[in-house]
Design a binder for this molecule. Structure first.
Ligand code: ADP
Ligand code: MG
Length: 233
């Protein structure tokens, strides 16, 4: 599903250059649930942003579902994001003046789905995350965990090939974090390919494979012992 080779990324700041990704190689198969773990500043978000076509690498190749991702202009990048990807962020990134249902409908609007069908689909995904009865509430009326569930429903609405989650539990308490990760596990059980960026080992252990990033390099890539992971549940 994802194949990257020798990815490099530097940020320029005035006359200084910060080399953040120093040759990343890895691949993700369809149906995997993978965490990218590392301490703050190790380059996790930089990597995820490149995978999400929100930024571009300086060097290396990126293949997504058989499509070579290269020299994208903003319009093509937006099309690919819509077609292939769903995003989940630490800060939820919901639209504050739209209710839960309308937030979940947004990606469908951009896909050109007609209104009645949008509402049905959005409701379906809200039900899936256990929030049907909150459909007409604004984000400000929801708890952090509920907001993230709405964001997950929104990410699922366009039936993306891959879900990219950047610190999805970063703003949540421990119990709510595990609940959100259990929801993500359930979505993966249904076959969705999911990448979760986190700096928390407990969260990473709730995925099936941990890719450890340090100073812009992968230092470890291991399958999680599923028995151990289930002790959280
Ligand atoms: P992580 O998500 O693992 O905390 P990031 O990928 O956000 O790490 O950042 C890696 C490094 O790159 C950090 O030192 C950070 O300060 C720097 N960095 C991130 N984004 C930018 C940017 N847009 N411009 C300059 N430096 C950046
Ligand atoms: Mg980050």
């Amino acid at each position: 599903m994802i194949e990257i080779q020798n990815l490099h990324k530097s940020y320029q700041m005035g006359s200084n250059s910060l080399h953040v990704l120093k040759g990343i190689d890895f691949s993700v198969k369809e149906g995997e649930l993978v965490s990218i773990m590392g301490s703050s500043g190790s380059g996790k978000s930089t990597l995820l942003n490149i995978l999400g076509m929100l930024d571009e690498a300086d060097e290396g190749s990126y293949d997504l579902d058989g499509v070579l991702i290269k020299n994208l202009n903003e319009k093509i990048a937006a099309q690919y994001r819509n077609k292939f990807l769903g995003f989940i962020f630490q800060s939820f990134n919901l639209i504050n003046y739209k209710n839960a249902l309308d937030n979940v409908s947004m990606p469908l609007y951009y896909q050109g789905v007609k209104r009645s069908e949008r509402t049905d689909k959005a409701m379906h995904y809200l039900e899936k995350v256990g929030l049907a009865q909150w459909a007409h509430h604004l984000p400000s009326e929801l708890s952090g965990g509920q907001k993230q569930r709405v964001a997950i429903a929104r990410a699922l609405a366009s039936d993306p090939k891959v879900l990219l989650a950047d610190e999805p539990t970063g703003a949540l308490d421990t119990k709510t974090s595990y609940e959100v990760m259990e929801l993500i596990q359930g979505i993966n059980d249904e076959g969705k390919t999911i990448l979760v960026v986190t700096h928390e080992p407990d969260i990473a252990e709730m995925t099936k494979r941990i890719v450890n990033l340090k100073d812009g390099r992968i230092i470890d890539d291991t399958l999680v012992n599923q028995v151990k992971a289930s002790t959280h549940v």
